[in-house]
Design a protein. Structure first.
Length: 148
């Protein structure tokens, strides 16, 4: 029972962490970047010391995955809402476990998409830039400022 709850909790935590990443890359308006997205990309460029050409290539990779990521995250959110309703309204354990498995599968798909995009971005960066990206918490950096 504890192991199942731990897996479920881990999946939810992972989902929350990935939500910001995907939401930022998938919510671009047609034909251009939102002001928020442009600001994030500028900060990323500054953090990495990336060239304009590198940033264009990174944006191209992110655009390639944006629609798939958006669809997966919409499904994740819908299934998480359903799971909350099931849990709060006294559904049987088998139904809750089945819905939890659906959410876990969707989270796995989101993680796979994110990993694929990072693998495509990796050759665009120098080793030092890859190290910074890995250390700083990915494409969005650390939340809440520097940490010791």
């Amino acid at each position: 029972m504890f192991a199942a709850r731990s897996r479920w909790l881990a999946a939810l935590v992972l989902g929350a962490a990935l939500t910001a990443t995907v939401a930022a890359s998938a919510d671009e308006p047609p034909g251009g970047m939102s002001p928020h997205r442009a600001k994030m990309m500028t900060r990323l460029q500054q953090r990495l010391g990336a060239t304009d050409e590198q940033m264009k290539a990174i944006q191209d990779v992110q655009s390639k995955y944006a629609q798939s990521q958006r669809q997966v995250w919409q499904s994740i959110h819908a299934n998480q809402r359903e799971l909350r309703q099931l849990a709060l309204n006294g559904a049987d354990q088998a139904t809750i476990q089945a819905k939890t498995a659906e959410v876990s599968q969707l989270l796995s798909q989101a993680l796979t998409l994110r990993t694929q995009s990072l693998q495509e971005i990796s050759p665009l960066l120098t080793q030092e830039q890859r190290d910074k990206l890995a250390q700083d918490g990915g494409m969005h950096g650390r939340r809440g400022g520097p940490h010791p």
